[in-house]
Design a protein around this ligand. Structure first.
Ligand code: ADE
Length: 390
């Protein structure tokens, strides 16, 4: 059983919100319990006050430390040990699905809801373990945020949702938004359910859903792509692949960071930058096979063997199909300088040259030629001018 305690000045608001629907049913079934504790019940003030004017002046009132501390001690005594105490505040770490999953493992959590201009800092320092915000906007108090968190944490607790699968296969698992859902009727006002869903072909349905989840994430939340730790894993894999080859590993890191920097300076959209960064990390992945098979690693051989090697690595790390296709194209063309199509392609070539100009000891004349014939982006050109004084 999970126990959630909410320290609040508005216990009815919490209890009436959580007693309905799924959290209410989970409480009745004894899977979770929640109890709102009224901070006002613990004040030593004979008029029942819990707030006072801020020292140093300023607008509004501040919640006093004594009632908050005593309320907390009452809960701590009841639990019998020190637990996590979450203070809901716009100044906290922003709540997300990952945090909900982690907190679902805790047996007891105390939520502290502030009001007015906040709570005296001293008591916060004494009792709070986590500062959490539910988003970058300001609410009138911590009650709604506490309810949001408890709802989201509870549904990750085993047994709360009747359909276990639905908590896994949904938005944010895998850092993807959920695919679209359809139910009967097959036709609604002339609009049909996608045919593949009626086919009964499970592999095709899976594939279709995954592709739509990717497309939806690209369109609505491209920021989710850049934050899933895959890039770090990929860098580790490529370092392992080239283990002991100092030059290759350093080359990869340099091209990757220059490409990423130019893309940011050029304000390339997040998805394209993600594709470019991925391509930069694997751009020379064909070298090893070229050397093994042919004893050399000319640009053309790299272009031949690189895409397949890149694909193997990216599939292993579960990159999406659309990204893999573009990365394969970039790896397969990064030594081809006629007809450079796409900003990702252009930046990859520029970043590679910025590194190669030095690594291959190009003459001033060669550098000038590459600069004038190949460089196109303002940031790449500026960097070339600054590094090589062209
Ligand atoms: N209290 C007021 N605004 C808040 C927010 N955005 N998140 C958490 N607690 C809050």
């Amino acid at each position: 059983m999970k126990n959630y305690y909410i320290m609040t000045l508005f216990p009815d608001m919490i209890m009436s919100g959580l007693k309905t629907s799924i959290t209410g049913r989970a409480k009745k079934n004894g899977i979770i319990n929640f109890e709102a504790v009224n901070i006002r019940d613990f004040t030593n003030d004979k008029h029942g006050h819990v707030d006072d004017y801020p020292y140093g002046g300023g607008a509004g009132m501040v919640m006093q430390p004594q009632p908050v501390y005593d309320c907390y001690k009452y809960i701590e005594n009841k639990i019998g040990k020190r637990t996590r105490v979450v203070y809901l505040t716009p100044q906290g770490k922003v709540f997300n699905q990952q945090m909900a999953k982690e907190l679902a493992h805790e047996d007891d959590i105390v939520f502290l809801c502030g009001h007015y201009e906040g709570i005296d800092e001293r008591v916060l320092e004494m009792i709070v373990t986590d500062y959490v915000s539910i988003g970058d906007y300001v609410l009138t108090g911590g009650e709604l945020p506490a309810m949001v968190m408890i709802d989201s944490i509870s549904r990750m607790v085993k047994g709360v949702l009747s359909n276990e699968v639905s908590a896994q296969d949904e938005s944010f698992s895998d850092n993807l938004l959920e695919y679209p859902q359809y139910t009967r009727p097959e036709e609604f006002m002339g609009s049909m359910v996608p045919e593949v869903l009626l086919s009964g072909h499970h592999a095709n349905i899976e594939k279709w859903r995954h592709n739509l989840a990717v497309a939806r994430t690209v369109e609505r939340r491209p920021d989710l792509f850049s934050d899933n730790g895959k890039t770090d894993k990929l860098i580790e894999c490529v370092i392992e692949y080239f283990e002991g080859d100092v030059k290759r590993i350093q080359h990869m890191i340099k091209v990757y960071s220059l490409a990423s920097h130019i893309a940011k300076m050029e304000k390339v959209d997040e998805r394209t930058r993600y594709i470019l960064e991925t391509a930069a990390i694997v751009h020379d992945i064909g070298i090893k096979i070229s050397e093994e098979k042919h004893g050399n690693c000319s640009g053309k051989l790299q272009e031949r063997y690189g895409p397949r090697e890149a694909q193997k690595l990216l599939l292993k790390l579960c990159y999406d199909e659309e990204l893999i296709e573009r990365v394969k194209y970039l790896v397969g063309h990064h030594h081809t300088y006629e007809d450079i199509t796409g900003i990702d392609y252009q930046i990859l070539v520029e970043a590679d040259f910025l590194v190669n100009m030095h690594e291959e000891d190009m003459t001033e004349e060669q550098i000038k030629k590459v600069y004038s014939t190949i460089f196109r982006t303002d940031s790449g050109m500026k960097m070339c001018e600054q590094i090589y004084s062209v």
